[in-house]
Design a protein around this ligand. Structure first.
Ligand code: COA
Length: 319
């Protein structure tokens, strides 16, 4: 840090009010946040200063109150419209009954953990702040452990992060694709096309057929896709281009994609879907597809069937 000229600035940036007397107990100089002076903080940040908010608040009459740090963090994050709030505590985050770390929860899912936490404990205070921040618009709040010296780097510089994230928005979602997904789709499909697992699709073709696609997006990255192509006058549609990124396989994402495509096919009013595959026939058979022949395909598909590829034809009748 030699020669680094960092200004860390603090001040009367949080206004507080006294907790007062509750159930016969006078809380004296303990207070709660009344207002965070976002404009003043932003002014300091714009000048390149680091702003430090201690767990202290000031009243307009000059009194100083002792505040809960997590509450200050929650109110500051909301007032500054922060994208992220990071709370460092004793534990790595939240765990399930088997002790496995829970990576992502919505505030509603975190609520039972809050109820189970010892009242007034650090975990309870952090969880309360995290849930409140998520409900009031902070996109992501992370519970990390201060014992882990790599926790911040791991959180900020890896896609999956470490610790538990509380978020109102699911950061992984299955949804219809849009033109904005083309670059992500190309990135996902290209390695599979190179290995001959999928037929090569050009950017133009993807753009043209984009409405046929569903994608799974995780934290801004397309990690899975599947398409449903309809054929005019045919009672059967094609399930195509089912793919899940290698780092995310085995989490039933492939299965969810096929289910979503089946629902789409249902809405389209077709009675069956078919798939052509070279490498993955067993996977589809385990999901209710049965071997069929080229003659079972719609005429248009029969005409364009690539005999050199020798893809297997599988059909699933929809209930
Ligand atoms: C097929 C694919 C979409 C599955 O994605 P996924 O998210 O891992 O799927 P799921 O989690 O629902 O299923 C995983 C299971 O399928 C099994 N599986 C994966 N590929 C398989 C294959 N080629 N044949 C048989 N089973 C297979 C896995 O071993 C796992 O089973 P297990 O849990 O018993 O170990 C993915 O492996 C993929 O992208 N493959 C390459 C592209 C491809 O071949 N697409 C089909 C052509 S349209």
């Amino acid at each position: 840090m030699h020669g680094v000229d960092l200004s860390v600035i603090s001040g009367n940036l949080v206004t507080a009010k006294p907790l007062g007397v509750r159930e016969g107990v006078d809380f004296d100089h303990s207070g709660e946040v009344r207002r965070v002076r976002a404009g003043a903080i932003e002014g300091l940040l714009e000048k390149g200063s680091l702003v430090l908010l201690p767990p202290l608040g000031f009243s307009s009459t000059g009194e100083v109150f002792d505040l809960d740090a997590a509450e200050v963090a929650h109110h500051a994050a909301v007032a500054l419209k922060a994208d992220k709030l990071i709370l460092l505590g004793e534990s790595d985050g939240l765990a399930n009954e088997q002790g496995a770390l829970l990576r992502q929860l919505s505030p509603d899912e975190a609520e039972p953990h809050l109820a189970a936490a010892e009242q007034g404990s650090e975990l309870a205070r952090h969880l309360q702040a995290a849930c409140a921040a998520a409900r009031e618009g902070v996109a992501r709040t992370h519970l990390l452990c201060w014992r882990n010296h790599d926790a911040l780097l791991g959180e900020l510089f890896t896609r999956d992060g470490v610790g538990t994230m509380i978020t109102q928005h699911r950061y992984e979602q299955l949804r219809p694709a849009t033109l904005n997904d083309i670059a992500g789709l190309l990135e996902l499909l290209e390695p599979l096309e190179r290995r001959g697992m999928l037929v090569a699709r050009s950017r133009e073709r993807l753009e043209h057929e984009i409405d046929d696609y569903l994608v799974i997006e995780r934290d801004g990255m397309v990690i899975g896709c599947a398409a449903l192509h309809a054929f005019p006058q045919a009672d059967i549609a094609e399930l195509a281009c089912v793919a899940v990124h290698t780092s995310y396989r085995g989490g039933e994402r492939g299965e969810r994609l096929v289910e979503a495509i089946e629902q789409r096919a249902h809405r389209l009013g077709v009675g069956a879907i078919f798939v052509l595959t070279t490498h993955t026939a067993h996977w589809f058979v385990e999901r209710g597809f049965a071997s069929a022949s080229i003659d079972d395909l719609p005429l248009l598909k029969r005409e364009t069937y690539n005999h050199a590829r020798k893809s297997k034809v599988l059909i699933k009748t929809l209930a």
